[in-house]
Design a protein. Structure first.
Length: 178
């Protein structure tokens, strides 16, 4: 028996970026506890994983192998792991200004798109149907939004654009309400 796996046949789950998010969080924790070697290793792994998984999603989309229904709130809410993954890596690599700005822009733009899609998906469904389908992964919108608030504080801290703190606070309040 031969098992053949082709990259074009792989379909990632919408919350595939949770692995990047978790690895990045562990990298930050290791750095805070002065385990530099562990932190750096996990930081490299998280960065590589984000690049590979992003590439996998792009390849799957190009070959029409993604069956993600972007009208389903479960799909769009789970996709907030991408926002959170960008935010966590942005926090981990904040001292690199170009990366801070690139990941921040990526997190913000994907957050805006996902917020609009999710709001639309929730608005067209009856509350009882949403209640019956809701589960813990739906909290990822709050996690991604909180991450975006952290990115705004990092931009304010590591660049001369301190006005970003004025953006961070309302975004954080939105995250509390998600």
């Amino acid at each position: 028996m031969t098992v053949t796996i082709r990259l074009a046949d792989l379909e990632p789950a919408p919350d595939v970026f949770a692995a990047v998010m978790a690895t990045g969080i562990l990298s930050i924790a290791a750095r805070m506890h002065h385990y530099r070697w562990i932190s750096d290793t996990l930081g490299v792994l998280a960065t590589a994983a984000l690049i590979v998984l992003f590439g996998l999603v792009i390849v799957a989309a190009m070959f029409q192998k993604l069956s993600w229904d972007l009208t389903d709130p479960d799909v769009t809410l789970r996709l907030f792991t991408f926002v959170a993954a960008c935010a966590v890596l942005d926090s981990r690599l904040a001292s690199y200004r170009v990366i801070l700005q690139l990941l921040g822009a990526l997190a913000l733009s994907s957050w805006l798109v996902l917020t609009v899609l999710t709001a639309r998906n929730i608005a067209v469904r009856p509350w009882a149907a949403l209640r019956d389908r809701a589960h813990g992964a739906w909290e990822l919108a709050s996690v991604g939004t909180s991450g975006l608030a952290i990115v705004a504080t990092q931009v304010a801290r590591h660049t001369p654009d301190h006005w970003w703190l004025g953006v961070a606070v309302p975004v954080w309040v939105v995250a509390l309400g998600c």
